[in-house]
Design a protein around this ligand. Structure first.
Ligand code: NI
Length: 171
């Protein structure tokens, strides 16, 4: 069990395009995923992408329900995820991110997606998701492309938030 430091935007790794995982069923990959889960639950958060702990690989973990009352932990691991389809219909959700502490804002995204991804053993999966799950997955997988939710804001707002985060957490 290892809780890792969560990078704060605009630290470098959060702005880089992450590399695909090539070797599956691998102890190092399993350890990375375990560290990500430990870090996510400790934070506490509902999703975490590998670049958020400084590892530039296309891996993310989520557990969107565990913080609801009476819910049990039920995590999912997403490796090399790829959207095969996104709905034309969108919805606006207030988002936050462990890498942008205390920053929240509305983001408009497609409200349904079809996803292809791989599990730890390298098995391929395809499934449709909608509602909060679809939004959460898009948020997490943006991290794999070096993108964060404030990239959807105006340049001015983004600059103000970046300045604030730098001053508070990175100086
Ligand atoms: Ni995030």
């Amino acid at each position: 069990m290892a809780i890792k430091r969560i990078l704060v935007y605009p630290e470098d790794c959060l702005k880089q395009k992450a590399k695909p995982v090539k070797i599956f069923n691998d102890p190092a990959l399993k350890e990375l995923v375990q560290d990500m889960l430990d870090t996510m639950y400790d934070a506490p958060g509902v999703g975490l992408a590998a670049p958020q702990i400084g590892v530039s690989l296309r891996v993310a973990v989520t557990d969107v329900d565990w913080k609801s009352e009476g819910a049990e932990k039920n995590h999912q691991v997403w490796i090399n995820p790829e959207f095969l389809w996104k709905s034309g219909e969108t919805e606006i959700t207030e988002e936050g991110c462990l890498s942008l502490p205390e920053i929240y804002g509305d983001v408009e995204r497609p409200n349904a997606v079809r996803l292809r991804w791989y599990d730890l053993d390298g098995k391929k999966h395809e499934e449709d998701f909608d509602g909060f799950q679809a939004v959460a997955l898009q948020h997490e997988f943006d991290h794999l492309d070096g993108k964060v939710f404030i990239d959807y804001f105006t340049p001015l707002k983004r600059r103000m938030i970046t300045k604030k985060l730098k001053k508070k957490y990175l100086s």
